[in-house]
Design a protein around this ligand. Structure first.
Ligand code: HPA
Ligand code: ZN
Length: 331
């Protein structure tokens, strides 16, 4: 009998909700801090791990943005991305759609081009070395203004060939999707795909706004959709993907216990649910560990786990032909 752990390992998977800055492991953080002469408020890896105890999204974001300050030149972004892609290869992840937060870096004087060039060079090398396909999604920080997001959108245009879409992340409370209606319309006009974080800490109305005002193709997180029965019906009917991140939800206290996570219920309602790791260096696990956590805590069947893995390709921005190639592996 194949154990659940081996079953998960062997399943082909795509990851659709992954912040590259959230893959910065403490060891690389120390290395880059030393290389770039940047002071970080930790003395040891153990120190860092102790600091990774969060009670909300904001408590995590404060530490996450501080950590990202060690990333300075394009080589740093290359190393960061390559380390994650090696992990993908180890975990049988065949396709990735990676978020990056340009404003976190340009606000410190790092050039937009250095960020993108470092990341895309690693994506190209991983395609050649491991056969991993990928897209890059630029996320706007929602705690900043729409004008700042518009300036970032304009900065991205010379790199448009390398960027598949735009997203919306950072502090959800008080920063609803409606704040970014204009920049999302501009991004759509420029040919970008659109996604947005909604319904992580914010209530179901944030999900409706993201759909109705930003016209997004996917909702990142979306777990609070359950509070609105009509919304559930709509998500089901339109098969709008939710990129759910179980260990993230547990660490940021969106759920108090993995046994209370609603991913299994959402799947059983017939929603297009996927599993993702969000910021794995901060939340205690990469993609397979997220699958293992829900399989165990929610007593999910292998068939359900397989559906979630299949959904990850269906919900991706791959072409229909490419999706078929990946999904055929499940037959
Ligand atoms: N939510 C909002 N912003 C983020 C997240 C998240 O889960 N991860 C990185 N930035
Ligand atoms: Zn996220």
């Amino acid at each position: 009998m194949v154990t659940m752990k081996n079953f998960i390992q062997n399943l082909p998977k795509a990851e659709l909700h992954l912040h590259i800055e959230g893959t910065l492991e403490p060891e690389l953080m120390f290395l880059l801090a030393k290389k770039n002469g940047i002071t970080i408020p930790y003395n040891s890896v153990e120190d860092v791990k102790k600091a990774y105890s969060f009670d909300s999204l904001q408590s995590f974001l404060d530490i996450y943005y501080a950590g990202a300050s060690v990333l300075v030149d394009s080589d740093d972004f290359y190393e960061l991305t390559m380390a994650y892609l090696r992990k993908c290869h180890d975990q049988n992840i065949l396709h990735v759609e990676i978020f990056f937060d340009p404003q976190t870096h340009t606000s410190r004087g790092v050039a937009f081009g250095d960020v993108v060039e470092g990341i895309i060079e690693a994506l190209g090398d991983a395609q050649k070395k491991y056969g991993i396909s990928s897209f890059l999604i630029m996320s706007f920080l929602r705690h900043l203004s729409q004008d700042d997001a518009i300036a970032t959108l304009k900065e991205s245009l010379p790199y448009k060939y390398f960027i598949k879409g735009v997203g919306l992340d950072s502090s959800e409370f008080g920063n609803p999707p409606s704040k970014f209606q204009k920049v999302f319309q501009m991004a759509k006009n420029a040919g970008y795909e659109c996604v947005a974080h909604a319904g992580e800490e914010g209530d179901a109305s944030y999900i409706k706004e993201a759909l109705d005002l930003l016209h997004v193709a996917r909702i990142d997180h979306g777990v609070r959709c359950e509070e609105d029965k009509e919304l559930i019906q709509r998500l089901k009917k339109e098969q709008i993907p939710l990129t759910v991140c179980p260990l993230s939800n547990l660490k940021l206290k969106v759920m108090q216990d993995m046994k209370e996570h609603n991913i299994k219920r959402l799947l059983e309602y017939g929603l297009m649910v996927t599993v993702n790791s969000d910021d794995p260096a901060y939340f205690g696990g990469y993609l397979n560990e997220n699958f293992e956590a829900i399989a165990t805590s929610l007593k999910m069947s292998k068939e359900q786990i397989k559906t979630l893995a299949r959904n990850s390709f269906k919900a991706s921005f791959l072409s229909e032909e490419e999706k078929i190639c990946y999904i055929d592996r499940f037959l």
